[in-house]
Design a binder for this molecule. Structure first.
Ligand code: GDP
Length: 304
């Protein structure tokens, strides 16, 4: 399966660490729980979420009096899937989008290099494949390369892109994009934005201005604010989630580059800590290497 392949590094490392954590032990005791804590933390689940998981397992040990280590996998799976359910992560079954908004406007945020452009391109491809009319907006006007790269994806997927010169007002690009999408009767709009974290006030102002201007064209836009995070960067991804959720209302997450990391646990921790659903995961550089996040498959892939 592609998901198993994509998450190969995470699962071999997690399962390996987990079996070491319980080696020679028949029941889950304090030592096993300590080891488990370390496995989760080193898999980038994050300290708070790790402690939450450990507490839940402790509670089950206390309730049942005895928990065999052979049952630990099953219980851990249940608890992790349960945590992801609390944020509605992995609820979507496919790349379908709500049909009650026309156009459905997705504003994409995230810092440079996390895979934002690639994720937009892969999503546009999936939406188009379902017969949707897609429009891209190049509102990351800070870097010429960002506009060029988005253009390359627009050509690859064969969809229109609305852009202006580098340095132009991002809100103006967003405005043009939505106007064009409405005129063309488009189904989905993906608007790329710049994510410069070094100036939080600017970031906040820029994102709110883009939203405000979008709403002049589509009053309830954006319908989704998708934050793209690089899953291989562990604590940096946590920090970025913190900054972006402070700057704007983030409604869903895409976690990229999970093919290149042994630390897929970041997906669990970030979703739990920020109470935002994970919608998509990136498992490669190719156009097909974006998946709708499925929490059961994801959790299972750690234990296979
Ligand atoms: P942006 O600056 O955030 O727009 O980032 P890009 O979309 O340009 O991506 C930066 C690099 O990461 C490119 O080389 C992409 O091919 C690569 N990339 C993006 N998503 C993934 C992924 O899921 N897996 C892997 N392995 N590479 C990815």
């Amino acid at each position: 399966e592609t998901l198993d392949k994509g998450l190969e590094k995470s699962k071999s490392s997690f399962l390996g660490k987990l079996s070491k954590a319980v080696a020679g032990k028949s029941k889950v005791d304090d030592e096993v729980l300590d080891n488990l804590e370390e496995v989760l933390v080193t898999s980038d689940v994050g300290v708070n979420t790790t402690l939450k998981i450990i507490e839940r397992i402790e509670a089950r040990v206390a309730k049942d009096k005895y928990l065999g280590t052979e049952e630990l996998n099953k219980i851990l799976r249940e608890e992790i899937a349960g945590l992801l359910s609390e944020t509605n992560s992995g609820e979507a079954k496919d790349f379908g989008i709500p049909t009650n908004n026309k156009p459905h406007v997705i504003m994409v945020v995230g810092v440079n290099g996390v895979g934002k452009t690639t994720t937009i391109g892969k999503l546009a491809y999936q939406f188009k494949k379902q017969g949707k009319k897609v429009v891209l907006g190049a509102a990351d006007t800070f870097r010429a390369a960002a506009i060029d790269q988005l253009q390359v994806w627009a050509e690859r997927v064969d969809i229109p892109i609305i852009k202006q010169k580098m340095g132009s007002d991002p809100a103006s690009v967003a405005f043009d994009t939505l106007n064009s999408a409405v005129a063309e009767n488009a189904d989905v709009v993906l608007v790329d934005t710049a994510g410069r974290l070094h100036n939080k006030i600017n970031l906040m102002n820029e994102l709110s201005k883009i939203k405000r201007v979008m709403q002049k064209v589509v009053p309830d836009a954006p319908h989704d604010v998708l934050l793209v995070l690089d899953g291989s960067t562990g604590q940096n991804a946590f920090e970025q989630a913190k900054q972006f959720t402070k700057a704007t209302e983030v409604s869903s997450l895409a976690v990229t580059k999970l093919d290149g990391t042994a630390k897929g646990g970041v997906v669990i921790g970030i979703s739990d800590q920020f109470k935002i659903p994970v919608k998509y995961i990136g498992v490669g550089e190719g156009i097909e290497d974006l998946q709708v996040f499925n929490k059961y498959e994801f959790v299972d892939s750690f234990f296979k």
